[in-house]
Design a protein around this ligand. Structure first.
Ligand code: FES
Length: 479
């Protein structure tokens, strides 16, 4: 169990740089792949919240893309009258600002049921933000594994000691956008920076180069069009609006973690949930429920308000408005300018660090006459249900796909030590609750990153209404 401070003895990692040296320091300090506090939640309710809806994601994505296209036409139609100022402002906010939350949700693969639909919008949003798709996937995996661990999490956007002037400057996105562009150019030239080498596994690095070349190629076409047409419109519409709309990324992004605690293992201490109005929530895709998202990344954005309702009594009180969040952040920044170790104090309700939403365990199985493991009545397995079943030293997950097939596979994700019994069934696949890797329930094949290796699967039979798992290849399961 982890106490509510969730931290360990402080270890000096002096910089925020992502390097192998800092990774080693963080690892030795026990900051890497730690067990994080989780609130209790009813397993049936969690399954309901994990459900994916192509309809919801299609409507929301169509609205965002539709508004972006309309605003783009307005930019062309009004160029360059006074009306072009609001046209460009709206287009840029949608293109270079609201794309951030789409990048995020599609990167998790949770918005659409369709993996391909998530990927298509993910690549589009990456281009709009000038983010290399593969690097940022790996960066975000780590952000979720080791959130706000100094020198290890590559997405600590507001670092200490903070500077009000530097923070205001960031809203222009001139520096941030330029750095992203230069990074793409460098990677397109085949030279990966140290952070990319640290984050991206060797077998994916060529992909980083290829993606960068494609993105730079499209940007160059926009530049050539601008020169040929003698009009700034192509570069404003493609690429330029990443800079012009980047302020919105900062506007929402600062509310996520700024001013909160570092090197702790409790998202309630390093992450903020802020109540926002419907327009902000559309632009930001409900990421204002950020604590909830970090605790349960398998819950899609449209179910985060309901998840908040389920677990809010176990969290710190949500900030009542965006303004309240900014007041808290500015106050923390002022204190941290004087004392960089200052952290916003929070009173938290006690929760069990190893609380898990799904727990069946060793008591819930019986040995059958032929050595099979009987795990329950067939009628007790609902569609999309998963059960963690511990059998001696082994832990398996038994479940039913959405089409009704029963399956059993090894319980632990092959990417890291996370149990799949807490994950979600999406169609015929099982999704890891931590970084949303997916596996084919029938074959165990890894079908979505970051998992590379597949799972061992076990035959399942039904006899006299009872579900049995045959642990082939496991000589002694103990009991
Ligand atoms: S632990 Fe990372 S995808 Fe499963």
């Amino acid at each position: 169990m982890i106490d509510n401070n969730g931290g360990m003895a402080s270890v000096a990692i002096s910089s925020y740089d992502i390097s192998s040296a800092n990774t080693e320091l963080a690892r030795r300090a026990g900051y890497v792949d730690a067990q994080w506090a989780l609130p209790a939640i009813n397993a049936v309710e969690l399954r309901r919240l994990q459900r994916r809806s192509n309809l919801h994601a299609t409507l929301s994505t169509s609205l965002w893309l539709g508004l972006t296209v309309i605003a783009g036409f307005a930019v062309v139609a009004t160029a360059w009258s006074w009306w072009s100022i609001p046209s460009v402002a709206v287009y840029a906010a949608l293109y270079g600002g609201a794309s951030d939350s789409r990048w995020h949700e599609m990167g998790h693969g949770t918005a659409f049921r369709s993996r391909r639909a998530n990927d298509v919008i993910y690549y589009l949003a990456c281009f709009m933000l000038l983010r290399g798709p593969t690097i940022w996937r790996w960066s975000h995996y780590r952000h979720h594994t080791d959130t706000i661990i100094k020198g290890h999490d590559a997405e600590i956007a507001f670092q200490r000691p903070p500077s009000i002037a530097r923070t205001l400057w960031r809203f222009t996105h001139l520096q941030g956008g330029s750095e992203l562009l230069l990074r793409l150019v460098r990677h397109a030239g085949g030279r990966l920076d140290d952070e990319a080498k640290e984050l991206v596994p060797a077998h994916e690095r060529r992909r980083v180069v290829l993606e960068s070349r494609i993105m730079i190629g499209v940007l160059l076409i926009a530049v050539i069009a601008t020169v040929v047409l003698r009009s700034a419109i192509p570069v404003v519409l493609i690429g330029g609006s990443t800079f012009l709309g980047g302020w919105l990324v900062v506007f929402f992004g600062i509310t996520q973690h700024a001013g909160l605690q570092e090197n702790v293992f409790d998202h309630r201490l390093n992450t903020r949930t802020v109540m926002m109005n419907p327009v902000f929530r559309f632009l930001y895709l409900n990421m204002n429920f950020h604590v909830e998202h970090h605790m349960f990344p398998s819950v899609p954005y449209y179910s985060l308000p309901s998840l908040h309702g389920e677990i809010s009594s176990q969290l710190a009180p949500a900030l009542p408005s965006t303004w309240a969040a900014y007041r808290q952040i500015i106050g923390a920044f002022r204190r941290q300018q004087v004392d960089p170790n200052y952290e916003i104090p929070l009173e938290l309700p006690k929760i069990e660090g190893d609380a898990r939403p799904v727990e069946i365990g060793a008591e819930s199985w019986m040995r059958g006459p032929s050595g099979e493991v009987i795990v329950g009545l067939e009628t007790s397995f609902g569609l999309g249900e998963l059960r963690k079943v511990d059998i001696g030293r082994h832990s398996v997950v038994v479940g039913r796909t959405e089409s009704g097939s029963l399956f059993a596979c090894e319980g632990w994700c092959t990417h890291a030590k996370v149990h799949l019994g807490e994950g979600a069934v999406i169609g015929e696949e099982i999704e890891c609750p931590k970084h949303n890797a997916r596996f084919d329930c029938r074959t165990g094949e890894a079908t979505r990153k970051p998992a590379k290796d597949g799972l061992t699967t076990y035959p399942v039979t039904v006899s006299k209404g009872r579900v049995s798992v045959h642990l082939v290849g496991i000589d002694s399961v103990g009991s």
